[in-house]
Design a protein around this ligand. Structure first.
Ligand code: GLY
Ligand code: MN
Ligand code: MN
Length: 439
């Protein structure tokens, strides 16, 4: 792993976050903010625990894993971290040691959640952000102070502008994942199954699956047209591998997709992959402050239409294909989403810190990102072209069916689809591609 200097960028990060909290509290009339790390949960009617993930608002401040911790913030006060380390022989204890983030907090340690709450002596009206409202009420937090929209929208707005510390973390998450992609690609070229490719990826990262930011999509051939394919088949010697896999660093995610082809893959499909790679780079290149994301999404559709036309898969050019709704059959998801602590990070359709929403255009109702790019935003750019049987079936008997070349579609459908996905940080004048520098 790279030797990354974190203390200074982290200190700046915390200073910006504290300022955002102060503003949120001042605007909403609260005197302090309590952020709860989270509560362990089991599956319904079961004693098996669901893998724990920290409350993202807690992870925004510090990369301390595990449940129950409390973080208390109030204007002009050093943040107070109450770290809960149960004396419990069922589970491993976390020893954070002498880590870079400790400097920024007053830290108290307790062995029970109950003691953590007791050690707090807050005054005035306190807002609570967390997954356990009942626990908050039981300790005197008022009903309308639990996850209040006004506070959350301010903090989500802040989260949509990454600090240099956060960009370092997302960059490193890309670096780590890139090694996994290389290893998985080599396994694919050696004829490995989906399960073996997945295992090669994890082995390279040296982690168990629950430590990934999201479940890997390891799809050979026709399964690459299933957008959130999670199975891992044992079939070998695939012609196409769509690998969508990321990594985490200090709680921040990367989200990367590559589509690899066996040497004897259909040349037409290879043309499609090369074309998507080119148009994906073009879309990344134009990212700069001021570009509305829906405009970029529309541009992706036109380029995809033009590519399909140039390969004779459809009989009309890009603009016409978009108007006729053809490109949505082949590219039925959004061009991208914010990325950070969460893979699909918050704030993608916020108008401002107050939480008003920018609606997506009516023809793309599911677009997660409707904002205009600004310095500090980090998002994915992930165009794709897929042969999805349920979408193709609808148009095969439609009046528009003659706009498509069914011979070629039927030839390519067993190969599934292609997606290329990079993580882009918007800079003052343009952007930095955090993925292509590694893979
Ligand atoms: N890996 C999920 C996505 O690309 O959004
Ligand atoms: Mn993505
Ligand atoms: Mn992805």
């Amino acid at each position: 792993m790279a030797d990354i200097a974190l203390p200074q960028p982290y200190a700046e990060h915390i200073s910006l976050l504290r300022k955002a909290v102060d503003e949120a509290l001042a605007r909403t009339g609260f005197d302090g903010l309590l952020i709860h790390a989270g509560t362990p949960r089991t599956y319904y009617e079961d004693d098996q625990e669901i893998p724990f993930r920290s409350n993202p608002s807690f992870a925004h401040f510090l990369p301390l894993s595990g449940p129950h911790h409390l973080l208390y913030l109030a204007a002009g006060k050093r943040p107070l971290l109450i770290q809960v380390e149960p004396e419990d022989y069922w589970y491993e204890h976390t020893d954070v040691g002498d880590t870079f983030w400790k400097e920024e907090y007053e830290i108290r340690e307790t062995s029970t959640p109950e003691d953590a709450w007791k050690t707090l002596h807050f005054v005035g009206r306190i807002a609570y952000i967390g997954d356990n409202p009942q626990e908050a009420y039981a300790h005197g937090i008022e009903k309308d102070a639990v996850n209040p929209d006004g506070v959350l929208s301010h903090l989500y707005w802040r989260r949509s502008f990454k600090t240099p510390y956060e960009i370092l973390c997302i960059d490193e998450a890309n670096h780590i994942a890139s090694h996994g992609h290389e290893r998985a690609r080599d396994a694919f070229f050696a004829g490995a199954s989906e399960l073996e490719i997945h295992e090669a990826y994890l082995e390279q990262l040296g982690i168990i699956e629950s430590k990934l930011p999201y479940g890997t999509i390891v799809a050979l051939n026709e399964k690459s047209a299933i957008l959130h394919y999670q199975n891992k088949r044992l079939i070998e010697d695939g012609k196409v591998l769509l690998l969508d896999a990321g990594a985490s660093y200090m709680g921040y995610a990367s989200d990367i997709t590559r589509t690899f082809l066996a040497e004897d893959c259909d040349v037409l499909f290879a043309g499609l992959v090369g074309g998507v790679d080119t148009l994906q780079r073009e879309l990344c290149d134009v990212v700069k402050p001021g570009i509305p994301f829906p405009t970029l999404h529309h541009a992706a559709h036109v380029k995809i239409g033009d590519l399909l036309h140039s390969l004779d898969i459809i009989h009309v050019g890009g603009e016409e294909a978009v108007k006729e709704g053809l490109t949505r059959i082949f590219f039925p998801h959004g061009l991208g989403h914010f990325l950070g602590i969460q893979v699909h990070d918050v704030g993608g359709n916020q108008k401002g810190p107050e939480g008003d929403i920018v609606l997506p255009p009516s023809e793309h109702p599911k677009l997660r990102l409707t904002r205009t790019a600004a310095e500090g935003n980090v998002f994915t750019v992930e165009p794709g072209i897929y042969f999805i049987p349920i979408l193709l079936k609808k148009i095969r008997t439609d009046a528009k069916k003659d706009l498509l070349n069914w011979n070629l579609i039927d030839r390519l459908a067993p190969l599934g689809g292609v997606r290329i996905e990079d993580n882009i940080a918007v800079t003052k004048e343009g952007n930095e591609n955090l993925t292509r520098r590694y893979i």
